[in-house]
Design a protein around this ligand. Structure first.
Ligand code: GLU
Length: 303
């Protein structure tokens, strides 16, 4: 059933000839062919369905913030909320204005400021933050080969002026413990992690499965943490378009400026889509349309 549905959606979205802009502010991402398009769905019972370029790696960008937050939440429990809030920002992902008004306390872990604060916490807590974060992500992906793309990492590190502004602003309010450059370095590596659409839907299954890895039954997040993290994705996962995504698609998820979106239907499946053309809010145009069609055609809703 899923395979036919995904193929139908893939062709329907392609025929719409939707256009958008590729990420330009990270030079390395501007070179990705604009016509790439993939949909991949994994069920918690182990079935996998894909269409299009689902075996090609792409840059996760902000989607990876979910993994960094998962690890920090696992380590700190509710104490993580002394470092980041749980309110949608209603502002662009890299906005400085709100952060200034709110004394450097980031609204949520899925905007840049919040993910930087989470990286700062990971550096406080872990002896080898990069290695331990990467091995955590490999564990939930069930794939030892997951890594970051060095060219994308360098590209962002050499141009990440706005992220430098965000962390320095937070540091000026006494919210960041470590050297801002060290925190930025971990953050840029996190954002540069790449996966295929198939790997991404597999990795997100944990969030559809109450915090438990579906293959091994290892409980990574508690059920309560998994529920709360899904709530944060639902309300904060799509920049200042979280309302629109909830209205049109109605699933918790997270997008990234690499053109990927991962979303889950709790108890059923995880789905990932990838197309580098973004709308003005930074979300993949074809990706959003594909997910809207998926939930509409399936007729299942979490609401
Ligand atoms: N690495 C990107 C940045 O910090 C992530 C943005 C995104 O995907 O939302 O600007």
């Amino acid at each position: 059933m899923y395979q036919d549905l995904l193929s139908q959606i893939y062709h329907e979205v392609k025929a719409l000839r939707l256009t958008g802009q590729q990420t330009a502010y990270i030079p390395e991402l501007a070179n990705i062919p604009a016509d790439k398009f993939a949909i991949h769905l994994s069920t918690i019972t182990g079935q996998k369905y894909g269409v299009g370029d689902f075996d090609e790696k792409f840059s996760l960008q902000s989607i990876a913030k979910v993994f960094a937050f998962s690890l920090a939440y696992k380590i700190k429990g509710a104490g993580i909320f002394n470092h980041v809030g749980v309110e949608p920002s209603g502002d662009p992902f890299n906005s400085l204005v709100q952060l200034e008004q709110e004394q450097g306390f980031p609204r949520n872990p899925l905007i840049n400021a919040g993910a930087l604060a989470v990286c700062d916490v990971l550096i406080n807590e872990l002896a080898n933050p990069e290695i331990e974060l990467m091995s955590f992500i490999r564990q939930i992906a069930g794939n030892e080969k997951i890594t970051y793309n060095t060219a994308v990492y360098k590209s962002e590190k050499s141009t990440g002026f706005r992220n430098r502004a965000l962390i320095n602003l937070m540091k000026s309010f006494g919210r960041i413990n470590n050297d801002p450059e060290e925190v930025l370095d971990l953050y840029f590596k996190l954002c540069s992690i790449e996966m295929t659409t198939a790997e991404l839907s597999q990795t997100f299954l944990m969030y559809a499965n109450r915090g438990k890895l579906p293959n091994s039954n290892v409980q990574i997040l508690t059920e309560s943490q998994s529920k709360r993290l899904n709530a944060i994705m639902q309300t904060c996962g799509f920049y200042d378009e979280a309302g629109e995504f909830t209205f049109r698609v109605g699933l918790p998820g997270k997008s990234g400026v690499g053109g990927g979106i991962a979303a889950i239907h709790p108890g059923k499946y995880a789905v990932a889509v990838w197309s580098p053309l973004l709308n003005s809010k930074g979300n993949s145009i074809k990706g959003m349309k594909a997910l809207e069609l998926l939930t509409t055609k399936l007729g299942w809703s979490i609401f």
